[in-house]
Design a protein around this ligand. Structure first.
Ligand SMILES: Cc1cc2nc3c(=O)[nH]c(=O)nc-3n(C[C@H](O)[C@H](O)[C@H](O)COP(=O)(O)OP(=O)(O)OC[C@H]3O[C@@H](n4cnc5c(N)ncnc54)[C@H](O)[C@@H]3O)c2cc1C
Ligand code: FES
Length: 504
């Protein structure tokens, strides 16, 4: 992501600092032109890149837990000893510097050599097939190679684009504020270099569980020893007259996003149907393009079901401040050319319609293969489906979440990536339980909302701080137990809540 252009921060760590210069666990300084963070963990001191390899988040504002540091923005986690990105969404390691303590001072020396490559177990399977080129599928493929797996990795995706940073498609990229090269998760050359056989525009038609192969739509057979299903979700389409017109779009893939941008370039007015996260992020992005935006949605308050009434009111007011016009408690009954007729009888004219009314997990393959299904593909704690050797991760997977003590399925980028990573290690024989606390973020203009945990219902929301002042933590509780925490600009509180839920 963007390189840090500002002058290097703090003291020159190569010249040495005193232990008393630390404020808390961390001290931000530089070595040459590079920002470096000194981190104290018990009696040890580490020196690591000061910015996260995901979106350059300032690690000095993060949280140190044992030998790890967590990023304040989207909760990536790095090993202080090796720099490895041990938890998504960051995937690339950070540089780590050698540290020397002498004469009562701490000196940062040269960069440490990267850690030795890992070696996968000798009895690892020969052929691993991944269906899906999204968050979970990509993170799994990348992790297989990181773990030193040398066997065949085939990734089958019916998308025409290599894996992309999907969250950006409703944020900066859609708004026109992010260059095209932010969108791919890795450059095209990565797949050949990593010996990942990425087959794009390739639709998997069926799975033969007994014969251990998948069949492609063109009839080709791809055998596997282990299979990861990561087919994600697809946008719900509206069953209303006119929803199939060219200017009516859903948003999931890079192609979808490019199609919206192409229309947006000449558009004066847009209708966003649905006040979901994606709908409202798209509304914000279209406002950045100075398009008049009308949001039509049946609920009385946006996001109330997930974030509660106060945050819902805040989100609505925030969008209104930016000129979005809401038509709540209403739906679009039909679209005839540029004219949309609302159920209430009202009419709106628009050059562009974006439908953001939720998604449905893509379960057809799992159903056809006879895997256990329960509003998602049922997996155990190791993310294995009811068919041994076949795993599922991401938006399709319903797993036993140890924190909520329920079987849950969520649609979060970070969860999909982390599940892909756990599934990868388990396909190599690790038998690791997936126990990460769910996390998602959403961005509306300059306001990020972070959410840890999982609360489908609650009996109390404890509000700490000021929602309107954009400085708040909301705790969603059931019988006194905190199930989830939403926050705005309280990143350390959000990280602390995550740690507390991990320990609970
Ligand atoms: C615009 C947008 C913005 C988002 N923003 C956020 C955000 O800010 N924060 C957040 O937490 N979450 C966000 N999400 C949700 C997040 O992107 C998803 O939870 C995540 O992508 C799920 O990962 P996945 O791997 O399960 O599925 P996906 O990323 O959807 O990948 C599924 C893959 O499977 C392929 N596939 C499906 N069926 C087949 C088949 N039969 N054969 C071959 N290939 C197949 C698809 O082509 C695709 O490559 C956003 C989603 C969208 C669409
Ligand atoms: S910027 Fe660090 S996790 Fe996103």
């Amino acid at each position: 992501m963007a390189e840090n252009q500002s002058p290097p921060a703090g003291p020159d760590l190569a010249l040495g600092v005193a232990p008393g210069d630390f404020k808390g666990d961390m001290l931000l300084g530089h070595v040459g032109q590079q920002d470096v963070l000194l981190v104290r963990s018990g009696s040890e001191i580490f020196a690591i890149d000061a910015h996260c390899s995901h979106y350059h988040g300032p690690l000095a504002d993060g949280l140190v837990t044992g030998h790890d540091i967590r990023c304040p923005w989207h909760h990536a986690c790095f090993d202080l000893r090796t720099g490895e990105a041990v938890r998504a969404p960051a995937l690339s390691p950070l540089s780590v510097w050698k540290v020397e303590q002498r004469d009562g001072r701490i000196f940062v020396l040269q960069k440490q050599a990267p850690p030795m490559a890992k070696k996968a177990p000798s009895d690892a399977p020969k052929r691993i097939v991944i269906v899906g080129g999204g968050a979970a599928g990509f993170a799994a493929a990348e992790m297989l190679r990181r773990e030193g797996y040398g066997g065949e990795v085939t990734m089958l995706s019916n998308d025409s684009a290599p894996p992309v940073d999907r969250p950006n498609l409703s944020k900066d990229y859609l708004a026109g504020n992010a260059p095209e090269d932010w969108v791919p998760l890795r450059p095209d050359s990565f797949y050949a270099e990593s010996k990942i056989d990425l087959k794009l525009s390739t639709n998997v038609a069926s799975i033969d569980v007994k014969a251990r192969h998948v069949a492609l739509a063109d009839g080709k057979i791809v055998p596997f020893d282990r299979l990861l299903l990561a087919t994600g979700a697809e946008p719900v389409r509206l069953p209303i007259p006119g929803a199939d017109q060219k200017h009516v779009h859903t948003l999931r893939s890079l192609d979808d996003c490019r199609a919206i941008i192409a229309v947006a370039k000449g558009a004066k007015r847009a209708i966003v149907i649905g006040a979901s996260f994606i709908g409202l992020e798209a509304a914000a992005a279209l406002r950045a393009r100075e398009i008049e935006v009308h949001v039509v949605a049946p609920e009385q308050r946006p996001m109330e079901r997930i974030l509660g009434p106060d945050m819902g009111d805040f989100v609505r007011a925030l969008h209104e401040e930016h000129g979005v016009i809401f038509h709540l408690g209403d739906t679009v009954a039909s679209i005839d050319g540029k004219r949309a007729t609302l159920k209430s009888g009202g009419r709106l004219e628009a050059d562009l319609v974006v439908v953001g009314v939720g998604v449905r997990p893509r379960l057809a393959l799992a159903e056809q293969a006879g895997l256990s299904i329960d509003r998602g593909v049922t997996v155990d704690a190791h993310l294995e489906t009811s068919a041994p050797g076949i795993y599922a991760a991401g938006d399709i997977a319903r797993w036993p979440d140890p924190h909520s003590q329920e079987n849950i399925r969520v649609e979060h980028w970070v969860v999909a990536e982390r599940q892909g990573q756990t599934a990868a290690r388990n396909m190599l024989g690790a038998r690791e339980a997936f126990d990460a606390v769910p996390f998602f973020w959403s961005q509306h203009y300059d306001v990020p909302i972070n959410y840890v945990g999982h609360a489908e219902k609650w009996d109390e929301i404890a509000i700490d701080g000021d929602i309107k002042g954009r400085d708040c933590v909301l705790r969603y509780k059931q019988k006194g137990r905190v199930l989830a925490v939403a926050s705005i600009y309280r990143d350390v509180d959000s990280l602390k809540a995550e740690v507390a839920m991990e320990k609970a």
